[in-house]
Design a protein around this ligand. Structure first.
Ligand code: SF4
Length: 323
């Protein structure tokens, strides 16, 4: 059986295209493939309906243990969640098509890059699709562009972002879950070290790019202490961030398949409690999220930073923002 849901022609389409993708490169355990694409700009769903999305790559080599986006590979009949970080699809870029799509957006509309996978993951150093998209974007005006990433590679495009910002509104949102390098290496094995992300924040803010710091996901008893949250917030402020936010972890079943074995290996004492909390519901309810909200507020009030650019960055998470 190819798909659980035979009624969805889109799923058939992406799986078929994925199967036909040409191998661009294979290094160690990672394969890069080229994915033919009919359209580059997607649309959020549900409460995110008004947001447009842009994801140059499918799959993400950073391999964060909590990653919620792994299920996207299931659309391509790749059901092993580890394949999400080992089979990376680069969308075949066509600048004129992308320009046409951009021009169909109205002034004042918001487009978010990196909502499902990181636009500055290692593949970008080689294939530069994000860069090429931004170069096209620089020819447009009146749009709101947001980029979310946990890569310092975004600083490569600092001047280009400044150029885009002359005629559009631009903001970057850097994810920094902890400043603890060893913990970050465990949680986000192939993502740039926190210190590199902080340095990228500095480089961007030095040239006038607006950058917010996202400390999500906050994981119970892993990075949720006030000390840990405050350390990230302090680094954000010291390096010119314009906003800071931190929301609790959510774990959909496909993420649990990776996160629970990870806990078993590195935090075995937490496994039972995580299972009790997350197996029935992917989102934490009740006291815990409220406690984290208060903790973050307390830290924010000390540093006098706004929580986030609320009109632009969708509240909560990136879950509904595939595209
Ligand atoms: S950077 Fe984002 S998309 Fe990539 S593995 Fe981590 S959480 Fe997933």
């Amino acid at each position: 059986m190819l798909f659980d849901d035979h009624s969805s022609p889109e799923l058939v389409g992406i799986a078929r295209l994925a199967a036909a993708s040409e191998l661009l490169e294979s290094k160690k355990q990672v394969e890069y493939l080229e994915l033919e694409t009919r359209r580059f700009i997607g649309r959020g769903s549900g409460r995110m309906r008004s947001i447009f999305t842009l994801n140059p790559y499918r799959g993400c080599e950073f391999g964060c243990k909590y990653c919620f986006a792994r299920y996207a590979h299931e659309f391509m009949e790749l059901r092993d969640p580890e394949l999400f970080e080992r089979k990376i699809y680069a969308k075949r870029f066509q600048a004129p098509w992308f320009r046409d799509e951009l021009r169909r957006l109205k002034a004042g509309e918001t487009i978010w890059m990196g909502t499902a996978t990181d636009a500055y993951q290692p593949a970008e150093r080689r294939f530069r699709i994000t860069r090429r998209m931004l170069e096209v974007f620089a020819g447009e005006r009146g749009l709101i562009l947001g980029i979310t990433t946990k890569s310092d590679l975004v600083a490569r495009d600092a001047e280009l972002l400044v150029r885009i910002g002359r005629k559009n509104s631009v903001s970057v949102h850097l994810t920094i879950t902890t400043l603890d390098e060893a913990l970050a290496r465990l949680l986000e094995p192939r993502a740039p070290r926190p210190a590199l992300r902080v340095a990228a924040l500095r480089r961007l803010t030095d040239v006038g790019v607006r950058v917010g710091v996202l400390a999500h996901p906050i994981m119970p008893l892993i990075n949720d202490s006030e000390k840990s949250i405050e350390a990230v917030c302090a680094a954000a402020v010291a390096n010119g961030a314009s906003s800071f936010s931190a929301n609790p972890l959510f774990l959909k079943p496909c993420s649990q398949q990776v996160f629970f074995p990870f806990l078993e290996q590195h935090f075995p004492h937490l496994l039972r409690r995580y299972k009790e909390r997350f197996q029935a519901n992917a989102f934490l309810k009740g006291h815990y999220p409220e406690m984290i909200r208060e903790r973050v507020q307390k830290v924010l009030s000390r540093y006098k930073l706004p929580p986030r650019e609320s009109a632009e960055w969708p509240p909560g998470d990136q879950l509904d923002l595939f595209g």
